[in-house]
Design a protein around this ligand. Sequence first.
Ligand code: AQP
Length: 326
Amino acid sequence: MKRVFSGVQPTGNIHIGNYLGALKQFVELQDDNECFYCIVDEHAITVPQDPKELKKHILDVAALYIAIGIDPKKSVVFVQSQVPAHAELGWILTCVSNTGELFRMTQFKAKSHGQESVGTGLLTYPALMAADILLYDTDIVPVGNDQKQHIELTRDLAIRVNNRYGKTFVVPDGRFLKTGARIMALDDPTAKMSKSAVNEMSRISLLDEPSKIKKAIMRATTDSEGSVRFDIENKPGISNLLSIYSAFSGTPIEELERQYEGHGYGDFKKDLVEITVNALNPIRERFQEIRYSQELVDSLRDGAERADAIAVKTMERVRDRLGMGI
Ligand code: AQP
């Protein structure tokens, strides 16, 4: 069995970009692998968070994990700050990394762009992400395309430690999907769909009501050509909608292009609304059943204990290799 690790930041409502790029893979992988799915609250605080909102979002993400089909008895579902080894290994890997490679990260550049000053954690975040992954001797990391650079850094840090101190870490691989790995904003198909974008119509959250889904899709930016064709360069809006349609329905994009030949964007968008609403309805219903249940809190406590048992062992090995402690 291979080890799988991934996480989601509790920074807002999970959207279909998070789902189609990463979370859908979490469910697919859990039957044949040993999976660790984390809610990374230590990453969330790299930008200021309202404490009440953060707590709410942690439980929202946990409930959504279960609502999409993650079984907390099969997979280990837990909150990052409940396992102290994440912060400890994060510090060690911060010391192993160079400032140059951290300043090069495109996510740091994007999030710090135009700001007079940003928190140091925003810069050192990739070292903490590497720690999350390496703590569990992870083989596979299912993530969206935007995380490619961070996975590369994780691999570099693991190899660096192994070369300097002897075999310490498993070197993991990212797992990226062909369709859905980068879902773009509905109002601006040149920017990625994001939880923290100001415009609500830029995204579809997994908990959105059908009326909001319909509004966001019908208003989505397209072009004036009127033909349903995949062409990222010249038709980024309709290409993005084709990716969403294909990822939800399982129908290949070429087949969708044939199906909608001679139809306008209106017909295509109406069908996409139906496909999306039908996919999200059961998730929203299941979420309501479990969000305020004791079962949810118990699952997270159990998950943290199971994760901690492994993380503590990894830390003993790491401290020993690096000559730390007595
Ligand atoms: N637009 C996207 N398309 C495909 N995959 C995506 N992911 C994020 N956005 C897209 C993947 O979702 C997983 C969880 O992401 P995250 O919560 O760690 O944060 P993020 O990448 O920073 O996502 P957001 O939604 O843009 O959050 P904010 O606005 O808070 O920064 C990851 O696997 C990611 O690749």
